[in-house]
Design a protein around this ligand. Structure first.
Ligand SMILES: NC(=O)c1ccc[n+]([C@@H]2O[C@H](COP(=O)([O-])OP(=O)(O)OC[C@H]3O[C@@H](n4cnc5c(N)ncnc54)[C@H](O)[C@@H]3O)[C@@H](O)[C@H]2O)c1
Length: 337
């Protein structure tokens, strides 16, 4: 067994470079052998950075080979075609979230993964590894705020050039993305809620389109009712102007409150310190990618079990789809039916 996973980066856009940054920062045992992208300039950028060979398609890269795994980071409507080719070729696959934009496409990908069961298949939901999220899970479990009463997840973010740049970014195209902010960035705020509060039973939501270029929703105000009966708020917006800082997450319990601050800190508000008490070490969103890629490499090299099975990512997608149904019906919509 090699001591480094030989990978093909399939989709050499914005997040591929965030992955490469994380691999470099954390010394993740991965060696990029192939850089695959139909946009030659994008493949060339990853190839130059890593020493990999550039290809215009995964099929072309497979004819040369030399890699055991694929990190797939392509637009949502391309997930199925690329992931199934990679899985059928016997590669280990780390597929960016969402699993796919429709449940049917998810089923077909999961079916291909099941037929390739000797290989690792992970969905890259980095929030699973976000240090502050992991800290909150431990604090909730140990009763630091008593019983959880309610929670709020809020992601209000500007259209960063990395992800919304260029003449016609696919994220503005509802068909390519499968929706707007809920199906895309929303997953990173929905996963933590599920980690802390369990599975969501039903959703009621109102959506808006304040961003002039976004076809899908650029605003979401939703209530989530969990199977436990707990109700949480999920708010998301692709902003058009300046925004004030607000906690990314608030979890309110019977004896206190936890907040995840954008600064990388978790704060405990239990009445002892009016400024809130910082808990644990300072984390930060970027660390989540390091832990995610380390988990994938360990699963491939050492057979360890990933922090979450790929199927778990169906949860965020189902919440997004229920949100869309609710915005159309004006009613609570079940997530799992
Ligand atoms: N986990 C996160 O925090 C996070 C953040 C951003 C994006 N993402 C996900 O990563 C994926 C890519 O997003 P992005 O922002 O990097 O987009 P992007 O547009 O910057 O990059 C996508 C790249 O895929 C290429 N591509 C298209 N079809 C392809 C194919 N068939 N084979 C190979 N390459 C192909 C495009 O040419 C482009 O270079 C999406 O699934 C997105 O949701 C995750």
């Amino acid at each position: 067994m090699s001591d480094s996973v030989r990978i093909a980066v399939v989709g050499c856009g914005a997040i591929a470079h965030w992955h490469l940054d994380a691999i470099e920062r954390a010394g993740v045992p991965m060696t990029v052998v192939a850089a695959v992208d139909p946009a030659p300039a994008n493949a060339a950028r990853v190839a130059e950075r890593t020493g990999a060979a550039p290809y215009v398609s995964l099929d072309e890269a497979l004819t040369v080979g030399g890699f055991d795994a694929a990190v797939v980071a392509v637009p949502h409507d391309r997930h199925e075609e690329v992931a199934t080719v990679a899985l059928r070729a016997g590669l280990h696959v780390l597929l960016e979230k969402p699993l796919a934009p429709t449940l049917d496409a998810c089923d077909r990908i999961l079916d291909a993964a099941a037929r390739s069961s000797q290989r690792v298949f992970m969905v890259a939901e980095n929030a699973q590894y976000w240090p502050e999220v992991v800290t909150v899970r431990a604090l909730v479990e140990e009763g630091a705020i008593g019983e959880v009463v309610t929670a709020r997840a809020a992601t209000f973010f500007p259209a960063l050039g990395d992800f919304y740049g260029g003449d016609s970014p696919w994220r503005f195209d509802r068909a390519a993305a499968g929706g707007g902010v809920v199906i895309d960035t929303g997953s990173h705020w929905l996963r933590p809620l599920r980690m802390w509060l369990g599975e969501v039973d039903e959703v009621v939501a109102a959506l808006g389109r304040p961003h002039p270029r976004m076809e899908g929703e650029s605003l979401c105000r939703a209530l989530l009712r969990f199977r436990s009966g707990t109700i949480a708020v999920f708010d998301a917006m692709l902003t058009t102007g300046a925004i004030a800082p607000q906690p990314l997450f608030t979890v309110t319990g019977t004896t206190g409150e936890l907040t995840v601050e954008g600064s990388g800190w978790v704060k405990l508000w239990d009445g002892r310190d009016w400024k809130g008490q910082k808990v644990g070490a300072r984390g930060g969103y970027l660390q989540s990618y390091e832990a995610e890629l380390t988990d994938f490499a360990s699963a491939v090299l050492h057979g360890t079990t990933p922090a979450a099975p790929a199927e778990y990512a169906l949860g965020e997608l189902r919440i997004a789809l229920a949100t869309y149904r609710s915005a159309a019906s004006g009613r609570w919509e079940k997530v799992w039916e």
